[in-house]
Design a protein around this ligand. Sequence first.
Ligand code: A2P
Length: 271
Amino acid sequence: MEMRTKVKLNNSNQMPILALGVWQSGKQTKQAVLSALKAGYRHIDTAAAYGNEEAVGEAIKESGIAREELFITTKLWNDDVRLGKTREALMTSLNKLGLDYVDLYLIHWPVNGYVDAYLEMENLMKEGYIRNIGVSNFKKHHLEDLLSQVHIIPAVDQMEFNPQMQDQELYQFCKENRIILEAWSPLGSGACLQIPAIQIIAERYQKTPAQIILRWLLQKGIVILPKSVHEERIIENANLFDFQLQDEDICLMDALNQNLRTGPDPDHFDF
Ligand code: A2P
């Protein structure tokens, strides 16, 4: 199935380009993950801070899908970075997920201590607990700082990226350094679905605004993590492989940037 299409990371490992995001999925997490796995998703993106790693683990187990077919991402929380508890935090996450390795482990935010945390993640990767390592919410200057002090180039950087929030500097830097950009809140937490220009494009292609936005990101080489707890939307968000946006529509979408975040700015946050 095409929705299992994968991208090759800078270490030659493969990663599915579509994931289910589960931030704020709450009590519906297990059901959402089960719906996604049924619909063909094989990549799930969670985090210790989301408080739902157990639910993700239960769904994985109940699905009966072979471990090697799945790609599971979780993230190291800020307090554990600050306290130097990377190893303990990963073991806790693995325990909650019911897994003996994660496919991708990310530093959730660029807080003090991220270089040491990353170096410990390099060790944990060599020990087999992590298949790929990366970061989240790192701007270009954070990545430059990190790259000058570590041995392994991050496989991915996960950042808010949607039509209204396009960090072009980061996009270019990731391209040049073979770091895959993953878009969190690809739909701008739903807000981008209301943009008139996108609704007009959607009508022309006979697709939904969500599908237009997600397809635009895929064509830019960005990995997508749309969140939904509704089965019909989970299915809709994966039906992206029977059409292609023309270059002029990609340009129209690129021009919608307003540097408008729905989430915190990685240079100014207080958690
Ligand atoms: P819900 O989970 O109730 O379906 P993002 O991934 O950008 O953060 O956006 C997630 C938000 O967009 C959630 O509120 C989700 O609601 C909603 N959403 C996800 N997919 C769709 C879709 N295909 N159509 C409309 N709303 C959607």
